[in-house]
Ligand binder design. Structure first.
Ligand code: HAM
Length: 428
C-alpha cells in the first residue's frame, strides 16, 4: 500500500521542521494578540460554493467531496478562511472586539502534484476580522513578513494590488472581455476557458503570448474608485514606514471570489512556477454573504510544504538527540531501573531505555549508534554491590558511581555537552 498521490507522510526527521514552524508562529503571532483557532476538516460543500465561488478552479475541479450516510454534501476543506468566517458567525464572535485568529492545518485540493504542490497540504494562516482600517492590512502583511524573517527565510518579494470593489471589477471585467475577444484564438487554452467564466484570472496567466496580449489591455487600476485607491495608498504608506519592500503589481488578482480591495502575495525568487508561498487580502463582504453581520476582514495563508520545500536548507534547527542510553540485565536491575528513570525525567534529560533484553555488549553497540553521550549500565553486579556503571560514549571511558551521586553525575554530563555545543556554535 502506498500513500495516495499528492499526499505525504511526515516522518520524525521531518516533523522537527513542523514543530519549529508551529512554535515560531505561536511566538510571533501571540505577540500581536492573534489566538489559535481550530475548525473541522470537513464542512458542507455549500460553504465553499458561497464563499470561494463556483466559477473558481477550486470549486470547478479541485474539491474533494462526498455524500455522507445522511445524504449531506460534504467537502474536505480546500482552505481555512471560509470555515473561520462560518465559525465567527456560529459563535457570534462579532459581539467581541476585533478578532485576531490564526490556524495551522491540512487543506485539500485535487491539483496536479509537483514539487511544492500537493493534494493534501498545510496552511498557516491568520485572519484579522472586524476592521476596515488600512492599518489592519499593514499589520497582517507585516506579520507574514515577520514570521518569514523569524524562520530566517529571506528569498522572497512582496507584491500588492487593489482589486477594488465588486462594482469596479464588474465594469473592468466587461471591458477586459471586450478587449480580449478579438485575440481569443491566440490566448492559451486555460485563458480561453476563463474568458467567459472568470476573465480576471487571465491576468495571472504565465503564458508568454497571453502576457504580450495583456500588455495593451485596459488596466484594473484605472477602474478603482477613490476609496480603494486611498486604501491601497495608505497600506503602502504604512509598509514604507515599516520599511517593508514591496512592488505594486497591477495584474495581481487572487483565485478566490471573496476578495475585494487589497490583494497581496509573497513570491519566492528561488523556484519556478510554484513560487507563491503566501497569498491573502481583504474580504469585506464574505461574512455578510454567509449570513453574518457586515464585518470587514483581512488575512493570509502560507503554504507550508511550499515554504519548507524552498526554505528547509535555510532553517537552522538543532536536531535534539538523546543524552543517555540505558542498558539493563536481569529482573532485579529491570525492577530497579524505574527509580533511575524518574531521576532522568525530573532533570528533563532525554533518554532511551533498551528493550531488546540481550547481552550488554549488544546493548552498548546500540547505545553508541543512538548518538547518546553516556550509557547507564545496571546489571546483577551493580545491584549486588549497590552502584551504577556509567559508560561515557563520547569519551570512551567507563566508571562506577554511587547511586546517591546520580543526579550530580547527570548534571556533569549535561554540562560537558553544553560546553561542546557552545564551542561548535550549535543553536536551538
Ligand atoms: P490561496 O492563495 O489559495 O489562498 O492559498 C494560500 C497559499 O497556500 C498559496 O500561496 C500556497 O502557498 C499554498 N497552497 C495552495 N494550494 C496548494 C497546494 N496544492 N499545495 C501546496 N500549497 C498550496 C487561500 O487559501 C486563502 N484562504 C488565503 C487567505 C486567508 N486569504 C485571506 N485569508
Amino acid at each position: 500500500m502506498q500513500a495516495l498521490r499528492g499526499t505525504k507522510d511526515i516522518l520524525p526527521q521531518e516533523s522537527i521542521y513542523w514543530q519549529y514552524i508551529y512554535n515560531k508562529a505561536l511566538k510571533i503571532l501571540s505577540l500581536y494578540n492573534y489566538l489559535e483557532i481550530r475548525t473541522p476538516v470537513i464542512e458542507s460543500v455549500d460553504l465553499f460554493k458561497r464563499s470561494i465561488g463556483e466559477a473558481t478552479d477550486i470549486l470547478s475541479k479541485e474539491m474533494y467531496t462526498f455524500t455522507d450516510q445522511s445524504n449531506r454534501n460534504i467537502a474536505l476543506r480546500p482552505e481555512g478562511t471560509a470555515s473561520i468566517a462560518r465559525a465567527f458567525i456560529n459563535h457570534q464572535l462579532y459581539q467581541k472586539n476585533t478578532q485576531r485568529l490564526w490556524y495551522l492545518g491540512p487543506m485539500f485540493r485535487y491539483e496536479r502534484p509537483q514539487s511544492g504542490r500537493q493534494r493534501q497540504f498545510h496552511q498557516l494562516g491568520i485572519e484579522c476580522i472586524g476592521s476596515l482600517n488600512p492599518m489592519a492590512d499593514a499589520e497582517v502583511i507585516n506579520l507574514a513578513n515577520r514570521f518569514l524573517q523569524e524562520i530566517q527565510f529571506r528569498s522572497y518579494k512582496i507584491e500588492i494590488n487593489s482589486i477594488g470593489s465588486l462594482e469596479n471589477r464588474k465594469k473592468y471585467q466587461q471591458d477586459l472581455i471586450k478587449y480580449l475577444i478579438p485575440y481569443e484564438k491566440d490566448l492559451d487554452k486555460d485563458s480561453q476557458k476563463r474568458l467567459n467564466i472568470n476573465p480576471l484570472r487571465i491576468l495571472d496567466s504565465k503564458n508568454k503570448r497571453t502576457q504580450e496580449i495583456l500588455n495593451d489591455a485596459p488596466s484594473l487600476s484605472k477602474y478603482l474608485d477613490t476609496e480603494s485607491r486611498q486604501h491601497l495608498w495608505l497600506v503602502c504608506t504604512y509598509l514604507d514606514d515599516l520599511k517593508i519592500k514591496y512592488n505594486v503589481n497591477d495584474r495581481l488578482v487572487r483565485g478566490l471570489d471573496y476578495y475585494n480591495s487589497t490583494a497581496f502575495e509573497f513570491k519566492s525568487n528561488l523556484v519556478g512556477s510554484q513560487n507563491a508561498i503566501c497569498g491573502g487580502g481583504r474580504y469585506d463582504q464574505l461574512i455578510r454573504q454567509l449570513g453574518g453581520p457586515d464585518t470587514p476582514a483581512v488575512g493570509w495563508a502560507i503554504g507550508l510544504e511550499r515554504l519548507l520545500h524552498i526554505a528547509r536548507d535555510e532553517l537552522k534547527i538543532k536536531k535534539k538527540g538523546i543524552l543517555i542510553y540505558i542498558a539493563t540485565q536481569g529482573i532485579k536491575a529491570q525492577k530497579k531501573i524505574w527509580e533511575i528513570i524518574q531521576v532522568l525525567e525530573k532533570q528533563e534529560i532525554r533518554f532511551e531505555l533498551d528493550l531488546h533484553n540481550n547481552n550488554f555488549q549488544k546493548q552498548l553497540k546500540r547505545a553508541s549508534k543512538s548518538g547518546a553521550k553516556a550509557c547507564i549500565i545496571l546489571g546483577n553486579d551493580e545491584i549486588e554491590n549497590n552502584f551504577i556503571s556509567i559508560k561515557r560514549l563520547d569519551q570512551h571511558k567507563q566508571y562506577a558511581i554511587n547511586k546517591t551521586n546520580l543526579l550530580e553525575e547527570l548534571k556533569k554530563i549535561e554540562k560537558t555537552v553544553e560546553e561542546k555545543d557552545q564551542k561548535t556554535g550549535t543553536i536551538d
